[in-house]
Design a protein around this ligand. Structure first.
Ligand code: GLU
Length: 481
């Protein structure tokens, strides 16, 4: 038996930015193909002209590439089944709808959206599943002619065979069976001539030789319709794997607040692509290793039988963990370059003296939990190297409340001991009679301009006696006024 070459695809509609849930679908499809040494295909589903935004296609491609995905066929790289944009495949769709029509498997439907909505309402009120009521299913040739003569534009419906069930084996959800009487005749070509999703999506999968369709669980109920179409056309049916959806930490649909937004947003925040890649790969798929892996490593260990049936919980805290792991593992020179290339690059370069980048990166790595993103690194650069510290309001308030006396004692103690932080603060405590927050907060505010941040002993070491003195003097001045 010839071995099957696996071909998977990602088929986004360019109606918005790439959502993390869709990015995970793309990733699993790419991992599955790469694992099997097969091909991953990118197809743009832009048949809905009203909702498609062509300018988003390039953003979509850039986001996928940023994640580390590449495709062997697609709108930008070509391939053996072009075109890869559905808006350019109208002739193909027409040829196949004609084929179905010639076999008597379709009929024109003149129902208006208002009529359909009314019928739907009546069915729901009667406790029936909403499905096309079959109003136009048996129009005579004469009735059709008369409507066409009036200039009415019909949609084209596929006649679902009566009775029985349509079944398939889903690679994630197991055996599936749908009663055909619940399906209802469905539209394959809209009244404006454009192909409906069920049709163009299934047809392209078959024509492009897709062997495995990995897609969101929300498409599960579409599959029996698509199987009916493909079988009616005598085309190859792919294997389906419907992936569980992503939900927020509490099991509710993923919201923006939980970081369930778009890949562009994560990128903008400064998440590393490796952190996002590793986290998404673990959402609903178990890997033995919890370490940071490359796309190739993730593909090698990918196993479709490990995809879980229950919803996967997306949690920004977990993504932050991955970010931390990636930053701790990345080489210092790479991290520096990444910061320079980030949108905070200019600010960081201006603040960190050229010969100090090594020391700066080492510091960030030591205090990683506070310093996961370029914007935080830039704040640290400001705190550590700025000649003129900028004070936050809270810090200024703390400094004033501590009074000038505190800082003159602090400066006095510095003259005696500037090297050993522990010793220094012990002396300061003795002389001022202060402890805990009252002792440390004014010092922190004076040295960093903030009321939160890294451990003070780390700052102490980095600033060195001269800058510590300057900053205490500046704080004394603020306290005095
Ligand atoms: N364009 C469809 C979507 O974005 C594709 C669904 C599928 O993967 O079959 O939902």
């Amino acid at each position: 038996m010839p071995t099957m070459i696996v071909r998977t695809r990602f088929a986004p509609s360019p109606t918005g930015h790439l959502h993390v849930g869709n990015a995970r679908t793309a990733l699993f499809s790419a991992l599955f193909a790469a694992h099997a040494g097969g091909d991953f295909i990118l197809r743009i589903e832009d048949t809905d002209a009203a909702r498609s935004r062509p300018e988003l296609e390039s953003v979509l491609l850039a986001d996928l590439r940023w994640l580390g995905l590449s495709w062997q066929e697609g709108p930008d790289v070509g391939g053996k089944h072009p075109p890869y944009r559905q808006s350019e495949r109208s002739q193909i769709y027409r040829a196949y709808t004609d084929k179905l029509a010639e076999s008597g498997l379709t009929y024109p439907c003149f129902c208006t959206p208002a009529e359909l909505a009314l019928a739907r309402k009546a069915q729901l009120a009667a406790g029936q599943p909403p499905r096309y009521a079959g109003t136009c299913a048996h129009l005579t040739a004469g009735a059709i002619e008369a409507r066409l003569a009036k200039g009415l534009k019909p949609a084209l419906r596929f006649r679902v065979p009566e009775g029985g069930t349509t079944e398939f084996q889903d690679s994630v959800r197991g055996a599936q069976s749908f009663a055909r009487r619940d399906i209802g005749d469905f539209v394959i070509r809209r009244a404006d001539g454009s192909p409906a999703f069920f049709f163009s999506n299934a047809l392209d999968d078959a024509l492009m030789g897709i062997t495995h369709v990995l897609r969101g669980e929300d498409h599960l109920a579409n599959t029996p319709r698509q199987l009916l179409l493909l079988r009616a056309l005598g085309l190859q049916v792919p294997h389906y794997a419907h992936l569980s959806l992503l939900v927020g930490p509490e099991g509710k649909p993923l919201s923006k607040r939980e970081g369930g937004g778009t890949v562009s947003e994560l990128r903008e925040t400064g998440f590393s692509s490796s952190a996002v890649l590793n986290y998404l790969a673990r959402l609903g798929h178990h890997y033995e290793s919890n370490g940071v892996m490359t796309f190739k490593e993730l593909a090698a260990a990918f196993d479709i039988s490990k995809l879980g049936k229950s919803s996967a919980h997306y949690d920004l805290t977990q993504l932050r963990h991955w970010q931390k792991d990636v930053i701790s593992e990345v080489k210092e020179a790479v991290l520096w370059q990444d910061l320079i290339d980030s949108k905070e690059g200019e600010r960081i370069k201006r603040l960190v003296p050229a010969e100090k980048w090594h020391e700066f990166i080492a510091f960030l790595k030591k205090d990683i939990k506070h310093c996961l993103f370029p914007s935080e690194a830039a704040d640290y650069a400001n705190m550590l190297y700025s000649g003129k510290l900028i004070y936050g309001d809270a810090a200024e308030d703390v400094i004033r409340k501590a009074t000038e006396k505190y800082f003159s004692v602090a400066l006095g103690s510095l003259a005696r001991n500037s090297h050993d932080y522990k010793q220094y603060t012990a002396t300061l405590s003795e002389v001022t009679g202060l402890r805990g927050r009252m002792l440390f907060m004014p010092l922190r505010a004076a040295l960093t301009g903030l009321t939160h941040g890294p451990e003070l002993d780390l700052i102490w070491e980095m600033l060195g006696p001269n800058r510590i003195r300057q900053r205490l003097e500046a704080a004394a001045e603020i306290a005095e006024h």
